[in-house]
Each structure stands twice: as C-alpha cells, then as structure tokens.
Design a binder for this molecule. Structure first.
Ligand code: SAH
Length: 497
C-alpha cells in the first residue's frame, strides 16, 4: 500500500446492504464496491457467494451475529472498521438486507464520523419488503393496505421488544415483524388481545429469496401452530395483514419450475455457463465450479497446412475461437479460406463459426464425433485433405477411422488446462458435466463423504454424452442421465420437471 506509512491517511468505509439473500438482489454499486474492496467485514445474513466477487487478495472477516452466537461485539466491529481504514484500505462492511433496517448501520456510521473516517452508505433491498414479495405478498396493495410497519420483536439486548399492540391493531397497515420467530405466539396473542381479528391473515417466510425459502400461511389464531408443525427455521419474518391473501395470485417465485432445487454446474473457462443462467432464471440454486481454463495455441495455424487442406473440421466453440485467434496471430489473410470447406460437430460450434462470417458446409444430424465422422465420409471426396482441429490430449478414435480412407492431419488448437477448485460444496440434486475431463477433475478431488451423495443417488449426474457417462460410471456414480444429443438444451431437457 503506497500510503501506508503516511500519517493521517484513511481509506473509506462503505456500509453496504447485501440484499435479502439471493445474490442477484444486491445493488450494482454494492457489487462494484465488493470487487474493489481490500477488506470485507460481513454478517451471517449476507450471502457468502457475494464474497466471490472480491479480489483474490481481499481480506474477508466474518463478524457473525447469529442469534446468541455473537462472534464479534459491536464495539469490536467498530474499532476493526477504523483500524482497517487507517491502514488506507478500502473497507466494505457487508450487512444482510438494508444497512439501517435493524442493521446497526447508524451506530457504525456515527462511530466512523466521530473518528474522522470517511464513509458512505449503499442501501440494500431489505428482507422486510423483498421477503414478502418473494412469497407472493405485496407489502401494500390498493384497497387493501395503505401502508406498512416494520417492527422488531427483540430490542438491542435480545430482550422482547415493547410493542404498541393497540396501535398496530387499530391500523390497516401491513405489519412485518423481524427477529420474531421465537416470539411468534406472543406477537399473535398480543395483536388479538389488542383487538385484531383472530382470523386476520398471517404468513411466516423463512430463508426468503433463497433456494430453501419456505412459507407458511394461516391466521393470527393458527399461525404459531402451523409454523411449529412445519418446523420453519430462522431467519424468518412474519407478515400480518390482508395482503397475505394475494399470495395465490402473486406467488411467482415458489411456482418456478426449479424452485427448491440445487444444482452444481461444472464449466471450462470463467464465463458464466449458459446452463447456470437458464437454471437460475427458473428458480434453481446453482453453484458453478470451474474445472479448466482454455489456452489457445497462437502458432497452431500454419499457412502451408491451410493451403494443403480442403476441409477444416472444428469440434467445439473453443476450437473455432482458437482457430481464428491463431490465424490472426499468424497474419493469415481471410482470402486463404475462400476455397475451404468447414465441418463442425454441432449447432453451437456452427454459430461460433458464423460469428466469423463462415457458414458450415457440414453439421451432422446428431452432435457427436461419430456422426461427424459419418457425415464427413458422405461429403469428403477421396482425394481431399482433412485438417482436423483437436484439443491437446483429446482422444478421438474417429480420426483413425477417417485415416483409413483419407489423408488427415490433426491440428492441435488449444488446451483445456486443469485449474484449481477451491469452492465449498454442498449437497446437490444434480450435477452437470459437459466433458469427461470435468468429471475426472471434480470427482477425483472430492473426499469420500463428498462422493457419497453421487454413489447413493441423492445427487444425480447429468452427462453430455457417452464419454462423460463412462467416466461418471468409473467413479461409481449411481444415477446418471445422459442428454439425448450433446447440446446444452438437451442437457436441460434431461432434468426437465
Ligand atoms: N437489515 C436486515 C434485517 C436485519 S435483522 C434487512 O434489511 O433485511 C435480522 C432479521 O431480518 C432476521 O431475524 C429475520 O427476521 C429477517 N431476515 C433477514 N433476512 C431474511 C431472509 N432471507 N428471510 C427471512 N427473514 C430474513
């Protein structure tokens, strides 16, 4: 740190709201600050996935604060913020929901102000509003509720709060209670005693906006019993008011096809997988694991090889990208390709080729290397030469079959290099594998107890094709679904609900 030795230097502290749970519900500014932070001090309600946006060298400190398991006292957090800022660091204080909604953000801001440390606040989406919304409950609704109150059921010291039930009972406002799960019975009784109808609708939402969101609805009279029956866990919030009745119409989240499902998606390269995007869009919880990174070989494409070839075969999106990257690095003029024919393995590869303004001459009916070989046998004349793009170390027995009839040269275009896995994995409903090497790299690294869900069938594997399936079988995976053809669309079809 260039300014570390200078006295009076200070980094800024950003009090950032992490949103209610779902990692997509943080603000754009909040995420940008996480990416820039040198230190992040986070609470248990902030989704830990958000920490993955941080720089590698960013220091991440857990400040805890689960009910009765206070990891750090507020004074300790305050002085930590100051201490880190005085080392000229950019500090993000990441809190669940909004910073000021029972988040003690004000106390931290006041302390920083007293200490002369610059700070900024980035508001977050509060669970008080987003939680009900994700359970299909609008916090206000024309003709039903003209306002809302957000109330804590516990005061500063964890004691039951002094709630003005009479005022709440009189009003038509929607009431949202935070930190109230253990006090649910007392809250409901308090409202009824103060004159609220026992049949007033109530809902309890646990783990709102997350894959394990659960909602229980009833009335003031019944809700405590129902919640106990369904053993809802904290964090949970309580909603009281007629707006709860709108849930059947507005419950978009719990109705999603993959709501409540957890998937693991293996991928090569950093880019978010197409599979992840589709699954998340449809309500699933997805963890991505990168098993490899693609390195292009810039000297692969040689002018003399190109003038020899009549056909160029490319078997993946990466192959196409690597081919053109290498051609560019070698300053190969696009006109060199004017009399070449291109064969690709499938639709995705063809689309990538189209981005380079070339429309494939051959796409096999079924997207695998055997069909590609058969397609080539039907299209390539005996005297024509085939330049066959492959990844380093890729085994392809189809090439030797082609060699019996044709003159074939392999063109090693890229390497799928293993990269480190350091994610903490949970248990999943399914795990997607788009190549055999991802199976070897992931399952080969798991401990016996982590492999157990795969071996007992609690986690099923979804495989892109037969090579991947064989590798899964080698690891003793019990339930395997194989895509009908080797496309992402078919992979998704394999688990379609
Ligand atoms: N600042 C936070 C609230 C902190 S108080 C916010 O704006 O959301 C902590 C309480 O918030 C929990 O006891 C619970 O009542 C509620 N809460 C936070 N996240 C929640 C979630 N994902 N689901 C249900 N309740 C949640």
């Amino acid at each position: 740190m260039k300014n570390e030795m200078k006295t009076g230097c200070s980094g800024t502290v950003y009090l950032v709201g992490a949103g209610p749970g779902d990692e997509g519900l943080i603000t754009v500014r909040g995420r940008k600050l996480i990416e820039e932070a040198d230190v992040i001090i986070y609470d248990h309600l902030a989704n830990p996935v958000l920490l993955e946006y941080a720089k590698k060298e960013c220091e991440k400190i857990y400040a805890g604060k689960e009910n009765r398991h206070h990891t750090m006292r507020q004074e300790e957090i305050n002085s930590l913020l100051v201490q880190k800022a005085k080392q000229c660091k950019t500090v993000v204080r990441l809190k669940g929901g909004d910073v000021y909604v029972f988040g003690r953000g004000g106390e931290e801001g006041i302390y920083l102000n007293e200490q002369g440390i610059p700070f900024e606040v980035v508001p977050g989406v509060s669970s008080a509003i987003a939680g009900p919304a994700y359970a299909g409950i609008p916090i206000t609704h024309r003709g039903i509720s003209r306002g809302f109150q957000v109330i804590t059921a516990h005061n500063q010291n964890g004691q039951p709060a002094d709630i003005d039930f009479a005022a709440l009972a009189k009003s038509q406002d929607t009431c949202v209670f935070l930190m109230g799960l253990t006090k649910l019975g007392e809250l409901a009784a308090g409202l009824i005693q103060a004159g609220k109808s026992p049949s007033c609708p109530a809902a309890v939402i646990s783990n709102a906006t997350l894959w394990n969101q659960r909602t229980c609805t009833g009335t003031l009279e019944t809700i405590e019993h129902q919640v106990r029956e369904s053993s809802l866990m904290p964090p949970a919030l309580i909603v009281v008011g007629d707006v709860v009745n709108l849930r059947p119409a507005l419950n978009f989240f719990e109705r999603m096809p993959y709501f409540g499902k957890r998937y693991l998606v293996t991928k090569v390269g950093e880019e978010i997988s197409f599979l992840t995007n589709v699954l998340r869009e449809q309500g699933a919880y997805v963890t991505e694991v990168q098993t490899g990174e693609i390195k292009f070989f810039s000297d692969a494409v040689k002018p003399e090889l190109l003038s020899w070839a009549d056909w160029i075969v490319l078997t993946s999106r990466h192959g196409v990208e690597a081919f053109f990257a290498s051609a560019k690095a070698q300053k190969i003029d696009v006109r060199t390709l004017s009399n070449k024919k291109f064969a690709v393995v499938g639709r995705k590869t063809a689309e990538t080729l189209e981005e380079h303004d070339i429309y494939a001459d051959l796409i096999p009916m079924s997207f695998d290397s055997e069909s590609l070989r058969k397609g080539l046998e039907g299209a390539v004349k005996p005297e024509e030469h085939i330049l066959y793009g492959i990844p380093k170390g890729g085994r392809n027995k189809e090439i030797s079959i082609l060699r019996e009839q044709y003159s074939v040269q392999e063109l090693c275009l890229y390497e799928n290099r293993e990269c480190c896995l350091q994610k903490k994995l949970q248990e999943y409903d399914g795990a997607f594998f788009t190549c055999a090497s991802s199976v070897t790299r992931l399952l080969g690294k798991l401990k016996e107890e982590e492999l157990e869900p795969f071996r007992t069938g609690r986690t099923e594997a979804i495989s892109i094709g037969k090579h991947t399936t064989w590798e899964l079988e080698r690891f003793g995976v019990l339930k395997i679904r194989q895509a009908l053809s080797s496309t992402y669309e078919e992979l998704l079809m394999a688990i379609s609900p």
